[in-house]
Design a protein around this ligand. Sequence first.
Ligand code: PGA
Length: 249
Amino acid sequence: MTTKKKLIAGNWKMNGGIAANDALVRAVVAGLKDAACTVAVCVPAPYLAQVQMLRHGTPLELGAQDVSSHEQGAFTGEVSAAMLKDFGVRYAIVGHSERRRYHGETDQLVADKAKAALAHGITPIVCVGETLAEREAGHTEEVVKRQLAAVVHANGHCISEIVVAYEPVWAIGTGRTATPEQAQQVHAVLRAQLKAATEHAGRMPILYGGSMNAANAASLLAQPDIDGGLIGGASLKAADFLQIIAAAR
Ligand code: PGA
């Protein structure tokens, strides 16, 4: 389990611009030569074409930050999995806490989005995580299990093709990281839940996200059930992102 290739995915969120993306992607690609892990950047939809060109012929994988649960049609503002596929997208984040919180995304919608991505050969990075209030009330396990259960239920045997990201809401963008032990504890719970659903659970990546940075990446990634990271702020600086990538071996 510990020898499988790790996955480091950058989540740019609503950041970037033509010039900044160009500089960032070029610098990341230049530093990828001896990367022992898989590396992806999940970019805002308008920049998929730009980053697709920049990454062409390199090991950098392309990701989106969301995907519609619908196939096509009258859904103004939505982007379908087929459209993402047209731009060489390999991963799509679904159920990020910012979308659950600011866009009212439910467990069922997140499950449907994961299903839409899988139907087009895109790997959904399914985010789960508790708020501070939920943690303090002792509900962490119950919350993450409920969030993951919806995705497991909707996706049947395809569940082995997803990536899970544990992102405690209180750690996102706050500089307050979960300790390696806190993270590992939840990752083990998620692994057990996946094991009950598929014989392939051991090879499925479970990422940690939430203020992962160059200084704390190695200790988090050393945990037996932490198979990579979903990196927000630190993925916007090539040097920081590359240091996290270097720690993922
Ligand atoms: P952060 O964000 O690394 O800036 O905390 C992680 C995420 O939200 O995916």
